[in-house]
Design a protein around this ligand. Structure first.
Ligand SMILES: Cc1cc2nc3c(=O)[nH]c(=O)nc-3n(C[C@H](O)[C@H](O)[C@H](O)COP(=O)(O)O)c2cc1C
Ligand SMILES: CCCCC(=O)C(=O)O
Length: 341
């Protein structure tokens, strides 16, 4: 399709609806239960106002940052999302190519429908791996080791999905994986009998060779436990509103977590990032970087790798404009004072 029609992230969703099967669209777009949290993720960003700075002399802002010793060109990461072959026939290979062209870290889902070996061959930017811990802990351990051996540079353990949420809309959409869409590294859907606990996090930390982040933390007390159990980083996330409905917007939870963590480890966030100003707000409120989920899926559905690239590039350009207009030359210069109080 003609990508010049897509000027912002909402344009991608509008066009993706027409290109995806109803089943796939409903899977991506839906949230848990009454979808209150998914709505709040957006409303909370919209309610935050920015404080501009005029005549500040900033021409081209510098979006680079260093995270876990990795040099990134910008703070916009691709969130782990499952089943990319539902969205585009080239699946995760297109996502990896698109991420490469946009200089973005791509966090590959455990539910990838392309083997890790093929994704690493296609990637030109760092890859991170998202882990679902399965009842079979030995399989889990060998999956972590495979990802490390293949050069994945960080491990994001998803901790907010002890059970998948009440996904009424997904079910009504008739969610079902076609027979030729295979999750090579996961033995079937999640239905774990042996719940993940803090002990498992300590166990993984005892042998992991890359930084371990916990994805799906929303409050200060869990953030403290994460640090105590050896996590190298925290991702404030409510799973894009897909798991427990009526938990708060992530941008509302972020400052409390950041306060508790007090710079001991990097805090990242995802949920509702749709504009460069959202990226700026998240960084101002304590995030080192952000991840983007649904818009990347829609970009992929619209135009494969090029769609993924354009989604990230739009956000990056919007972030640069927001930095200029708020007078921030660097990412580390984005502090609380960009928020209108
Ligand atoms: C279609 C879809 C699939 C997802 N699959 C996973 C997954 O496999 N593992 C995971 O940790 N999170 C998964 N997530 C959650 C995302 O990583 C992320 O937390 C969320 O999408 C961020 O919110 P946003 O979509 O508003 O950007 C998924 C989200 C979507 C929309
Ligand atoms: C329930 C796990 C499937 C992938 C996922 O995390 C999601 O659809 O949100």
């Amino acid at each position: 399709m003609d990508l010049s029609e897509c000027l912002n992230l909402a344009d991608f969703e509008e066009r993706a609806v027409e290109r995806m099967s109803k089943m796939a669209y409903e899977y991506v777009a839906s949230g848990a239960a009454d979808e209150l949290t998914i709505r709040w993720n957006r409303q909370a960003f919209d309610a935050i106002k920015l404080n501009p700075t005029v005549l500040n002399g900033i021409g081209q802002p510098d979006t680079r940052l260093s995270l876990f010793g990795q040099e990134l060109s910008h703070p916009i990461l691709i969130a782990p999302t499952a089943y990319h072959k539902l969205m585009h026939p080239e699946g995760e290979l297109a996502t990896a190519r698109g991420a490469g062209a946009a200089a973005a870290v791509y966090v590959v889902s455990s539910f990838t429908t392309t083997p890790l070996a093929e994704i690493t061959r296609e990637a030109t930017q760092p890859l991170w791996f998202q882990l679902y811990v399965r009842d079979d802990r030995e399989l889990t351990k060998s999956l972590i080791q495979e990802a490390e051996d293949r050069g994945f540079r960080a491990l994001c353990i998803t901790v907010d999905t002890a059970v998948p949420g009440v996904r009424n809309r997904q079910e009504k959409g008739g969610f079902r994986l076609p027979d030729d869409v295979i999750t090579h590294h996961m033995p079937g859907p999640l239905d774990e009998k042996k719940p993940l606990t803090w002990k498992d996090i300590e166990w993984i930390n005892s042998f992991a060779r890359t930084p371990v982040l916990l994805k799906g933390i929303l409050n200060a007390s869990d953030a403290e436990k994460a640090i105590q159990s050896g996590a190298s980083g925290i991702i404030v996330s409510n799973h894009g509103g897909r798991n427990l409905d009526t938990v708060p917007a992530t941008i509302d939870a972020l400052p409390r977590v950041a306060d508790q963590v007090n710079q001991r480890v990097p805090v990242l966030m995802d949920g509702g990032i749709r504009r460069g100003t959202d990226v700026l707000k998240a960084i101002a409120l304590g995030a080192s970087a952000v991840l983007v989920g649904k818009p990347v899926c829609f970009g992929l559905a619209c135009a494969g790798a090029e769609g993924v690239t354009k989604v990230v590039e739009i956000l990056r350009t919007e972030l640069e404009i927001a930095m200029i207009l708020t007078g921030r030359a660097t990412i580390s210069g984005i502090d609380h004072s960009v928020i209108w109080k």
